[in-house]
Design a protein around this ligand. Structure first.
Ligand code: UD1
Length: 430
């Protein structure tokens, strides 16, 4: 339960190297279960979520070889996953409760080994997070699914069968799981209303390199012609648009100038448009972009979260922090998760003026300054929003429960220190 201490008031200047995308790495690591040959994944970020997933794969019988290497100007991880024959087809509660994305083993294990037992992840701080789309789609593909003692127990006689499935929500997780299941199914699967997030296109890319036949990347209709076997591959994952967007806000909120190296600007059009309207200048570079707000008068802008290419829900909390110190009123609407304003009371403890209406919208009226306070992070992105508030608050802010940040932001204090933030981790012995 480490804490982070920040003394606010310093504009940030310099360069931040953006890491590989967590939400791409997680399904792609599980895609390695679809072949008995080694799969090497480059540009994996150093994060506790990756460690948690690796621990699960180890217990399934995967051999894992990790190496650190310098790529694109900074230290990254290359990991080889090799599962010649799993020693278990069970994803136990202790692993899944630590990291929901453990559910990405469902599609691969069921389609290749015809049986899987997955502890149901349950809800979390931001919402109920049901799995009905994953499960009903697999049933349409011939799986027999039972819920027993908190586990999904799924079986199939022979191969899964291609099917036409229409999702009621464009779920990222379900799209990944069904893509992986359908890759080795018999016949053709069509997913309608599939998610179009860039993470999906990267998963399709590696699956096709492994020998899958998937059409329709970046559209909401995906067609998967099942094949009998997939093979090993080496693949470099894309960089993290959410990490890049988070540091972009850090530059803007502190009135600094920060270059985001290796930042995938092409996946951030909606948030960057809002950042521009807020008053920051965005300059494109060969491998990223620069956010400059040195002389900007920040003006509040409305934010409406939506499926990609709409504004990402995973940047909502960070943009709310920005609006707290921007002039005028900004309406923040959360349309993806039913409980994603847990950061509001914490921001208000720092002097923010926010009115929440129901579960979905909040009006933020900009204040001249925030004041430091001890605050509690509730989830990964909310924690970063509290760091942002701390960077501009008067005095010393302590952010508690830093383990949330370690799940999804690589080398956070180092990256912030490199651009001049007064930030420090307070280690609390276990
Ligand atoms: C992923 C991201 C998460 C992000 C979210 C939305 C990872 C590891 N996590 O989560 O950071 O906030 O996308 O961009 O990539 N839904 C159902 N039934 C289902 C599945 C989902 O109703 O079976 C609903 C959810 O309740 C939610 C919406 O669909 O309202 C989107 O969820 P989904 O895209 O599945 O989110 P995750 O993949 O869990």
């Amino acid at each position: 339960m480490d804490k982070i201490k920040i003394i606010g008031g310093k504009p940030l200047f310099g360069k931040v190297f953006i890491s590989g995308a967590k939400n791409t790495a997680l399904p792609i690591i599980c895609a390695s279960l679809l072949t008995d040959e080694p799969v090497t994944i480059q540009n994996i970020p150093f994060l506790s979520d990756i460690k948690s997933l690796n621990a699960l794969l180890l217990q399934l019988g995967t051999k894992i070889e990790e190496k650190s290497e310098e790529r694109n100007g900074h230290l990254t991880q290359t990991i080889t996953y090799h599962t010649p024959q799993p020693t278990s087809l069970v994803a136990p509660y202790d692993y899944v409760r630590k990291m929901r994305a453990s559910y990405y083993v469902l599609g691969p294990l069921l389609t290749k080994y015809r049986h899987v037992e997955l502890s149901l992840p349950g809800g979390c701080a931001i919402g109920a997070r049901p799995m009905d789309i994953h499960l009903s789609s697999l049933e349409q593909m011939g799986a027999k699914i039972e819920i027993k003692n908190g586990y999904v127990v799924a079986d199939v006689d022979g191969r899964l069968q291609g099917a036409h499935v229409a999702f009621h929500s464009a779920s990222v997780g379900a799209t990944c799981n069904i893509l992986m299941a359908a890759a080795l199914a018999e016949g053709t699967t069509v997913i309608e209303n599939a998610a179009k997030e860039p993470e999906i296109a990267d998963l399709i890319d590696i699956l096709n390199k492994m020998g899958a036949q998937i059409e329709g990347a970046n559209t909401s209709t995906l067609t998967i012609h099942g094949v009998e076997k997939l093979h090993g591959v080496t693949h470099e994952i894309i960089n993290d648009r959410i990490e890049a967007g988070s540091y972009a806000v850090a530059a803007a909120i502190t009135h600094g100038r920060v270059e985001l190296v290796n930042a995938p600007a092409q996946f951030l059009q909606t948030p960057l448009d809002i950042l521009r309207k807020t008053g920051a200048t965005i300059e494109m570079t060969d491998n990223g972009f620069i956010v400059d707000a040195q002389n900007a008068k920040l003006v509040g802008q409305d934010v409406f979260t939506d499926y990609y290419p709409g504004f990402p829900t995973d940047l909502q909390a960070q943009f709310m922090a920005l609006m707290c110190v921007s002039e005028g009123a900004a309406m923040i609407t959360e349309s993806i998760w039913e409980n994603r304003f847990m950061h509001v009371p914490e921001l208000m403890r720092m002097g923010a003026n926010i009115n929440v209406h129901g579960h979905a919208s909040a009006i933020v009226r900009g204040v001249e300054k925030l004041s430091a306070a001890p605050v509690m992070s509730t989830d990964l992105r909310a924690s970063f929003a509290l760091i942002l508030a701390g960077l501009v608050a008067e005095g010393e802010t302590i952010v508690n429960r830093v383990y949330h940040l370690d799940r999804g932001y690589e080398h956070l204090e180092e990256k912030f220190k490199a651009i001049g933030a007064d930030i420090e981790r307070i280690k609390i012995p276990d």
